[in-house]
Design a protein. Structure first.
Length: 433
């Protein structure tokens, strides 16, 4: 049984140049596990709360020295000597130490940095890769590990763009019949095709926070047309090899009970906006819609799911925030058919796993996601494989902090293939004996 011998956090920068935490767990056999945590730009009001210093003279108040101090004192004192494999017990201890509903005391960023590092340390103690450790530990899928289908954010709008579009992310989703490496190649080739189309149209082709392009388009639907135009310049067939998805992030343009977007002069009522989605869906055969309505409009979400949920995955992010109670409510009210799972929304690994388990039991689609403020830590890739996610959402196939995750999935894919080949070889040998 391994034991935690040391715990130490330090301040680093995320992909936006905003401070975050990197925490290292050292075991009594000198093995070390280090993990850094992401942060969101577009955050739901029901997410757990990050602890920021608020010192205007340093990083415009965004420093995390208080959170680091919490790791290096309060949390460390209570974790030394514990077995890192006791993930659920340690996570519950962290929740109890914080003693708030939204983790605002110690900070969800401090808590997750420890929870994530402990998870890596547990895998080290068993000499397992993190994805295999998670699979064996939580058994959320009985089959051998599989790589989730990647979903690529190729055009950025909303808070992730440059004030160019209302909708936050326009996604391409390769067919699930492809292997992961084939799906990655598809995403990359179409991403580059989009850049060429933008250049041909003399449109802006700089990128947003998530690596997707942030073009100067007249309306949101233009982005969908542009993507389809780009797909047609490749060997891939739209609606067969690749599909479209939207992360609308509708709460950010919901004002006074109405939705105001560039595509129409008059604001939409909830009913009108649902009708708009029905028309959009009929025209573009959208595979998924994420955060299509205001994050507390449970009735509207249920109505939209009734209307188009049979053919389009209605994904809850801000409405669910990887929160057990809100996920259970979403299941009861039939508000979604999929969940975007982000460990930093809830603050601990075991709580995120519990929510995913609940969503799986409801036959929802599981999409494990990065955040807009990322680091080069590729933990979330192992997490997605380990919990048996159907899809992985790590941004565009560009920018180092995004590509690190996609490259990690490539490595996991090769490891799984090698193990499968070895198992088949051993099985043949046994049959011959």
């Amino acid at each position: 049984m391994a034991k935690i011998a040391e715990l130490k956090a330090r301040e680093i920068l995320d992909s936006r140049g905003i401070p975050t935490l990197e925490t290292t767990v050292t075991l009594d056999d000198a093995k070390k596990a280090t993990s850094s945590v992401p942060s969101g730009t577009s955050t739901g009001i029901h997410e757990s709360v990050e602890l920021r210093d608020g010192d205007a003279s340093r990083y415009q108040g965004q420093g995390v020295l208080k959170a680091i101090e919490n790791v290096n004192t309060v949390i460390k004192k209570n974790l030394l000597g514990l077995d890192p494999a006791r993930q659920t017990d340690i996570d519950q201890l962290l929740v109890n130490l914080d003693a708030t509903k939204n983790k605002s005391n110690l900070g969800s960023n401090a808590i997750l940095s420890v929870s994530q590092a402990v998870c890596k340390a547990g895998a080290l103690a068993f000499n397992l890769p993190v994805y295999e450790y998670l699979q064996k530990k939580y058994q959320l899928h009985k089959d051998s590990p599989a790589i989730p289908t990647p979903t690529f954010n190729v055009i950025n709008g909303g808070k992730h763009g440059a004030g160019n579009l209302d909708f936050q992310e326009f996604l391409i989703i390769p067919s699930t019949r492809m292997t992961y490496s084939q799906a990655l190649q598809t995403g990359v080739e179409i991403y580059h095709a989009i850049e060429k189309v933008l250049i041909n149209h003399s449109a802006i082709h700089s990128v947003g926070i998530g690596g997707g392009f942030a073009p100067n388009l007249y309306k949101n639907a233009d982005a969908l047309e542009l993507i389809i135009e780009a797909i047609r310049t490749t060997d891939y067939k739209y609606g067969e090899d690749v599909f479209l998805g939207l992360d609308v992030a509708a709460s950010h343009f919901y004002k006074g009970g109405k939705y105001k977007i560039k595509d129409r002069k008059e604001p939409f009522s909830t009913k009108d906006f649902i009708d708009y989605y029905k028309d959009l869906n009929e025209q573009y055969r959208l595979y998924s819609l994420e955060d299509p309505l205001y994050e507390d409009d449970w009735k509207g979400w249920s109505e939209l799911t009734r209307e188009i949920g049979a053919n389009t995955v209605i994904i809850g992010d801000d409405i669910l925030t990887t929160n057990k109670e809100r996920t259970l409510k979403g299941i009861e009210e039939k508000s979604c058919t999929g969940i975007l799972a982000k460990p930093n929304q809830i603050g601990t690994i075991s709580q995120a796993v519990e929510v995913i388990s609940i969503a799986k039991d409801a036959n929802w689609q599981i999409i494990v996601s990065h955040r807009s403020g990322e680091t080069n830590d590729d933990f979330i890739a192992d997490f997605a494989v380990g919990v048996g996610a159907h899809y992985a959402k790590f941004g565009a196939p560009a920018r180092g902090e995004r590509v690190a995750k996609y490259n990690r999935l490539l490595k996991i894919e090769s490891e799984i293939a090698a193990k499968t080949t070895e198992q088949k070889s051993q099985s043949r040998k046994q049959n011959q004996q």
